[in-house]
Design a protein around this ligand. Structure first.
Ligand SMILES: [Cu+2]
Length: 433
């Protein structure tokens, strides 16, 4: 039997636990997530940035945890991948890097102090502490690196718009797979709702998406964490990621509370094309920081490739050289900008223009977790007994995934890795949350 005293003890204990849970969640996420969108690119606004190379852990789809190196905002909590740096064309970009990487033995790895740096592929005349940054060709590295506890400041003028990578320039063959990379978006002088300085690159600002593709060899990460040698000739990726997550975490919102160090989701959420209500496409910025080609393919929906590696696809006279793609073969180190839209080509309507094919008997159907119960956009119908759905308002979900199927894997657990969805909401106004 519970005495009143024990009830109060229990209640107050519960309250304390609740408050603790609440405040720790708030601490981790509120500063990061405030005013940020649930889907799409989360910009860290420039042009002055302070990055800290840190070590920490991320959560894998097979419930493994992974020791990582990654860039974070200085003084901020560990995150992977690094912040998406957003600047305007013509900005003088300044990035101050602090090195706080540690392994189990502290700030040395195999007896040497851990050094790191940042390179900005595609940017010209990058300065390091005021002098032109220099390559260290003997070590395939950047000369201008920083040791434990130190800092260094890089600067450059973002002269070209587009999607770029920033990553470690110190032993990059080893440090980039450890996680030291992120995206840099340079907005064109035509405006933030253009990808390039071309009228035909205009997009819907709420439909700006990123697919940052990467990979992990867990044996490399374990060896580095434990201060043990790892021969990179034995490197073999066993996890593949999109925006630092594997499926199904990849379709969770930005800042999903159960992924405190993996803030970026990969769901693309759009509205149907409409010549007056929704006239502009969305943009997907594909980025590959891995070692292999990633043939990424949005199902049933071609994209229009409009830029590669920060170069608009145009001829010398500005001719439009963009091309449709069904599978985007993103090579290592490449970025591809693709604009896409979904439009209601057939105009199916339950009463005025029904789908002309009778659906099979329910017993012969396999229903996915996201099916609304109806083929008509915006309609929800009762599902058969025992079936539940995550569908919210009759929206469509179209899978989008890496078509190197062996990469849809998390250390042997299949149907994970770089998979996400294109979510098409019914035209506005709708009942979608
Ligand atoms: Cu497919």
């Amino acid at each position: 039997m519970l005495t009143s005293k024990s009830i109060w003890t229990r209640l107050s204990l519960t309250l304390v636990l609740l408050l603790m849970a609440f405040s720790s969640t708030a601490n981790v996420h509120s500063a990061l997530a405030q005013g940020q969108p649930a889907v799409g690119v989360v910009c860290t606004e420039g042009p002055t940035f302070s990055l800290e190379a840190q070590s920490g852990y991320i959560q894998m789809p097979d419930m493994n945890t992974m020791y990582m190196w990654s860039f974070a905002s200085t003084g901020g909590s560990f995150q992977h991948p690094g912040p998406v740096l957003c600047v305007d064309q013509g900005d003088t970009v300044t990035v101050t890097l602090t090195n706080s990487i540690t392994v189990q033995s502290g700030t040395t790895y195999l007896g040497s102090p851990i050094r790191t740096s940042v390179i900005f592929p595609g940017q010209e005349n990058v300065q390091a502490d005021g002098a032109l940054a220099q390559p260290d060709l003997a070590n395939n590295s950047l000369t201008n690196s920083v040791g434990p506890g130190g800092s260094i400041t890089y600067s450059f003028v973002a002269s070209k718009p587009g999607t770029f990578i920033y990553e470690s320039g110190t032993n990059p063959k080893m440090q980039v797979p450890m996680g030291l990379f992120g995206a840099l978006i340079v907005r064109p002088s035509m405006g933030a709702n253009y990808v390039y300085n071309r009228a035909d690159s205009q997009f819907t600002p709420e439909e700006d998406f990123m697919a940052l593709l990467s990979e992990i060899d867990p044996y490399q990460h374990q060896a580095v964490e434990m201060n043990k040698a790892f021969n990179m000739n034995n490197y073999r990726a066993r996890y593949w990621m999109i925006n630092g997550r594997g499926f199904p975490d990849s379709i969770a919102d930005n800042f999903a509370p159960w992924l405190p160090t993996q803030p970026y989701g990969a769901l693309a959420r759009i509205h149907p094309f409409d010549v007056s209500a929704h006239p502009y496409p969305g943009v997907e910025r594909f980025i590959n920081v891995g070692t292999e080609e990633y043939p990424f393919h949005p199902h049933a929906n071609n994209g229009l490739t409009i830029g590669r590696d920060g170069n608009p696809l145009e001829g010398p006279g500005g001719q439009d050289l963009s091309y449709e793609k069904f599978s985007f073969n993103i090579g290592p180190g490449q970025t591809w900008d693709s604009i896409f839209k979904w439009y209601d080509a057939e105009g199916y309507n339950e009463t005025t223009n029904p789908v002309p094919v009778a659906p099979p008997d329910l017993v012969n159907l396999t229903l996915g977790m996201f099916f609304s119960g109806s083929p008509y956009l915006g309609k929800m119908e009762t599902l058969p007994p025992g079936k539940s759905t995550l569908n919210q308002c009759g929206e469509y979900y179209i899978i989008s995934h890496n078509h190197a199927l062996f990469q849809l894997d998390a250390f042997g657990q299949t149907m994970s890795g770089p998979i996400t969805y294109l979510r098409v909401d019914p035209p506005q106004p709708n009942n979608c949350p």
